[in-house]
Structures are given as C-alpha cells and as structure tokens.
Design a binder for this molecule. Structure first.
Ligand SMILES: Cc1cc2nc3c(=O)[nH]c(=O)nc-3n(C[C@H](O)[C@H](O)[C@H](O)COP(=O)(O)OP(=O)(O)OC[C@H]3O[C@@H](n4cnc5c(N)ncnc54)[C@H](O)[C@@H]3O)c2cc1C
Length: 397
C-alpha cells in the first residue's frame, strides 16, 4: 500500500492550481457582474486537459485517470467553487456517460467537443416532484414519431441548461413501467426547437454558472441520439451519478480545505486580548477537528478514485466518500463561521460563499439521507451496494 500521490498526478494538481489562480480568479468579479457564461475560460480549461483525465487520447483526453479527476476537482473547488460544476458537466456526468454508454458514432460526435470545452454540457435528471426519487417523480415523456422523439415536460435545478449545447436528458418512454420506463437521450438544445431554460435565482451561488428550470415543449431529439436502449435510462443515470459522486466528493474536500486555509490565516492574524486567536485552545480544537475530518474524507475520495482506476466496483466506496466529504465540508464551514465570528457574514470574506457551495454539494448527486440509505442497506445485507457490473470504459472494456 502506498499513500503517495504519484508525481505526475501532483503535477496535474499544480497545473489546475496555477490555471485557477491566473485565468479564473482575476475574471470572477467581471463574470458575476455580467452574469454571462464564461465560454472562453471553459474552453481554456478544456485546452489544457482539465476535463480530459477520464478519456483516452484518441478522443482528445489525457487518460490520466480518476485520481487526476479527483485532484483537479478538489483544486478548482478550493479556489473557485463556482467552476467546480464544470468538472461534472464537462468532464464526468455528461461526457463520461456518453463515453460509457454511447455507440461509436455518438462518442465521436459529442465527447471530444465537450471535454475540450468547445460545447457546454448538462445532465438533466431531476424534476420538481423530488430529486431523491428520480424515477417516481419523473413525468417528462418522450414519444417516438418516425425517426424522432418528441419530449414534453419539465426539469428542475439543471446546471448549465441555459448555456448547453450537448446534454443528457432523461424522460419516460413508458409512463407505467416505473424506473424501467426511463430512457436516456443526448440532447442538443441550441439545434432543435422546444427547449427553454430559466435560471433559478440563488443567493450565494454564481449567476454566470447557474442552475435552471427547464421546459420541454415538443422538444425534438433524433432517434440516433437515444443513449442506450429504451428503458435503460435509470441504469445509465445511476451509473452516471456514481462517477458524479467522485467529483462532488472531491469538490467538497476542496471547499473544506478552503475553509481550513482561511481559518488558519485568520486565526494567525486576528488579535484579541493581546493574542492571536489561534493561541486559544478552543480555536485550536476547531482547527484540529477540521484537519482530521478533511484528511479522512480525502483518503476516502482517493480510495474511490483508486478503485475506479483499477476498474473495480466502486459504488460502495463512492457513497461513503460523498457522505464523509460533505460532512467534512459542512463541519469545516461551521468551524470557519465560528472562527470568523461576525466577519463570517461580511462580504469581504468568503465564508458565506463557501457555506452556500457546501449546501449545494450536500444535495448534488444525492442528499445525505440518500447516501445513508445506500450505506446502511449495504451494511445490513438488504442491498449489496456493489451488485451492478462495472461500467468504466476507460479501464474495463
Ligand atoms: C444548485 C443545484 C444544482 C443542481 N444541479 C442538478 C443538475 O445539473 N442536474 C440534475 O438532474 N439535478 C440537479 N440538482 C438537483 C439535485 O440533485 C437534487 O436537489 C437532489 O437530488 C435532492 O432533491 P430535492 O432537492 O428535490 O430534495 P427531496 O428529494 O425533496 O428531499 C428533501 C429531503 O427529504 C429527504 N428524503 C427524501 N427521500 C427520503 C427517503 N426515502 N428517506 C429519508 N429521507 C428522504 C432528503 O434527504 C432531503 O433531506 C441540483 C440541485 C441544486 C440545488
């Protein structure tokens, strides 16, 4: 067993750090002032390979693997959490799902442009009836008519939908067949009529990289864009969420680390009663607890990435990593708020922003209760978390 991060992965992490510091951070204020999607930055991220780690070189990827995905996600989220979304939409849940489940034509047509940041991705599963029951709450219907499907219904919270070129959208081709009636589609909202998206205002989160309510009114999807078979959509969605949980977990560790970094800096600067507050043991306790929680969560995330890199079953590990990483991030945000006290509420410090992103990551790719159910049912012998065969085209053919 070896806990060292290989030097090539460390170099990738450093390159994500340098890029975020030099190309993203100086542009965030103007991006938020305009509210415009940062196409140029996303394209540059794609150009330097930040989205390509889980794709072969033949598609324009770097094949650096899932540990690389984890360290890139952590580093971007630590410095610029609003751009963490891109690791899901441009690297994992959208293009990796097309790569994992698509036919050769679909992979060639859609994957390279997504991971190069030339096209904006999306993963549209959730509906307003309740994200934790994706199948029961799904009322969006796809009806086949000659060589196209017409999709009618709505989606909720869909990140990047208002800027999307190529996304994955789930709809029922059979409303009476429960989760077996769900089908996955590769959609092209800018190319076909019937798709509209409206950003959901959310205090504390980015206006430029935002989530949307989506309305589908006879939205056209050509039959050759169906991903997998009719009725396979639920399986595809669950598999996609497993890989999405890797990035969401790593993004949570990044945010937790950001809370710790800011807290350490502040505790070493803020002087109360003649001492920096970091000299006070009760503040030290907060710091110590943050350090240990973050360390433990990061190890679980890296174990998940290692399993994926080995092409081994990873569902059990991803739900544990997601649960632990979000808990570490929530704990770190709450400790940071305690250490900053009144200044945690001031716009000049980032604690409020970190807290908003932690709350977002807490629900993305399944809430805490959803992870608890997966973990406990597995442990109780009710449902083996790793019961499904591995679908990981980077590592297993
Ligand atoms: C900013 C943001 C971006 C998002 N981006 C996307 C996206 O790009 N694509 C997408 O498809 N979705 C996206 N989502 C949706 C996200 O996946 C859902 O919010 C999430 O699945 C939870 O669904 P919900 O909010 O409807 O909560 P609900 O399902 O209504 O849950 C409410 C509460 O009930 C609990 N609960 C539910 N069922 C059970 C149960 N059986 N047992 C115990 N407790 C239960 C939950 O844990 C939670 O505490 C996004 C959400 C946000 C906030």
């Amino acid at each position: 067993m070896n806990f060292y991060i290989p030097s090539e992965i460390e170099a990738i992490s450093q390159s994500a750090k340098r890029f975020t510091e030099s190309e993203i951070l100086p542009n965030i204020d103007s991006m938020e002032a305009s509210g415009e999607f940062p196409h140029k930055i996303i394209e540059k991220m794609g150009e330097i390979g930040l989205f390509g780690a889980s794709f072969p070189e033949s598609l324009g990827g770097t094949a650096a693997g899932f540990l690389a995905v984890a360290v890139i996600s952590e580093e971007i989220s630590r410095l610029a959490p609003e751009f963490g979304y891109a690791m899901n939409m441009q690297a994992m849940t959208c293009p990796f799902t097309i790569f994992n489940w698509g036919n050769e034509d679909q992979i060639d047509r859609f994957v390279p442009d997504l991971i190069k940041g030339k096209k904006v991705g999306m993963f549209a599963l959730t509906e307003s009836g309740g994200g934790s029951d994706a199948s029961g709450s799904m009322n969006t219907k796809a009806t086949k008519s000659n060589d196209v499907y017409k999709i009618n219904g709505s989606k909720q919270w869909i990140t990047f939908a208002n800027s999307c070129d190529t996304g994955i959208l789930f709809a029922k081709t059979d409303l009476d067949a429960g989760h077996r009636g769900i089908t996955a589609f590769i959609v092209e909202p800018k190319r076909y009529d019937g798709f509209s998206a409206s950003p959901i205002p959310m205090t504390g989160l980015s206006k430029a990289l935002c989530s949307n309510a989506v309305y589908l009114d006879d939205f056209t999807v050509p039959i050759e864009n169906r991903l997998g078979d009719e009725g396979e959509g639920f399986k595809i969605a669950m598999n996609a969420l497993e890989y999405g949980r890797l990035t969401v977990s790593a993004r949570s560790v990044g945010l937790a680390q950001a809370c710790l970094d800011e807290s350490v800096r502040y505790a070493n600067e803020r002087v109360i009663r003649g001492h920096t507050i970091g000299q006070y043991q009760m503040v030290q306790q907060l710091i110590a607890d943050m350090v240990v929680n973050i360390d433990a969560a990061r190890l679980l995330v890296h174990r998940t990435a290692w399993l994926m890199d080995e092409g081994k079953p990873s569902t059990r590990a991803t739900s544990r990593a997601k649960y632990a990483a979000v808990n570490a991030a929530k704990h770190a945000a709450s400790c940071a708020a305690e250490i900053f006290a009144g200044y945690a509420l001031a716009d000049e410090y980032p604690i409020k922003k970190f807290t908003s992103y932690v709350n977002m990551l807490a629900v993305g790719e399944g809430t805490a209760n959803v992870q608890r159910i997966l973990i406990a049912e597995d442990e109780l012998g009710i449902k083996d978390a790793n019961r499904h065969p591995v679908r990981n085209r980077l590592r297993v053919n």
